[in-house]
Design a binder for this molecule. Structure first.
Ligand code: AMP
Length: 231
């Protein structure tokens, strides 16, 4: 039976999606989290929510995010620690956009230990840089449900309108070409050392992300099933 049809599939693990902006990690993480019935934790989404609500954290993070730089660890780590305390995280969760630095990864390792979880499973999306720019400049997000489209590769049925709930689609302000370059630069500099860190620990599973959405999704399911996360 396909994994999507197995309501008993459980992970009880923390899964990390690692990959540059535009690798499809957000869309895939949402799909997999839904299939396993565990929360999809996107630190980018959490921060954007703080920004739109105008919280103290949001006010601090806003200018940093607009420049495409990383928000300081002190702010992000507190936000993450509070989130995984919630009861919906007791059977695992999928991180999208976190950790972004080796410091964040070490902190996460400690947090997981404190909460009685195994070490994380890391799905590393591998993709060429020329594909990324096209994906990012084409990305559109639904204002209502957050569904992600791509005007080139995964367009909505009606331009500018979400297939699911009819919500208006918008382009994130940090998906402009100049900001994208800064974000890719930040990824190279700060996040790619994480790949080495998790590879050395043996937690890393490479996934070729330069394939269709469905193919990549299937490979992720296989990786998760193959490493014994499903019981
Ligand atoms: P994302 O939606 O994951 O592309 O994140 C959008 C922006 O939020 C990033 O460019 C950063 O400014 C900020 N951000 C998200 N996650 C983190 C994190 N783990 N550490 C630092 N900054 C983050």
């Amino acid at each position: 039976m396909a994994l999507e049809e197995r309501p008993d599939a459980k992970l009880d693990r923390a899964v990390i999606f690692l990959g540059p902006p535009g690798s499809g990690k957000g869309t895939q993480a949402k799909e997999l989290a839904k299939a396993y019935g565990i929360p999809h934790l996107s630190t980018g989404d959490m921060l954007r929510e703080h920004v739109s609500k105008g919280t103290t954290l949001g006010l601090q993070a806003k200018p940093i995010m607009e420049r495409g730089e990383l928000v300081p660890d002190s702010l992000v780590l507190k936000m993450v620690a509070e989130r995984i305390e919630r009861p919906d995280c007791s059977h695992g969760f999928m991180f999208d956009g976190f950790p972004r630095t080796v410091t964040q990864a070490k902190y996460l390792g400690e947090l997981l230990k404190q909460h009685g979880f195994h070490q994380p499973l890391v799905l590393h999306l591998v993709i060429g840089s020329s594909v990324l720019m096209r994906r990012l400049t084409g990305r559109r997000t639904c204002k209502v449900g957050g569904e992600i489209y791509n005007i080139y590769e995964r367009p909505p049925k009606v331009e500018g309108i979400c297939d699911n709930d009819g919500g208006e689609l918008f382009q994130r302000p940090d998906d402009r070409e100049d900001v994208i370059r800064e974000r890719l630069h930040a990824y190279e500099k700060q996040t790619s050392p994480l790949v080495q860190y998790y590879r050395r620990l043996g937690f890393l599973h490479d996934i070729d992300a330069d394939k269709s959405f469905e193919e990549v999704k299937q490979r992720m399911f296989e990786s998760l099933a193959g490493i014994g996360g499903v019981r």
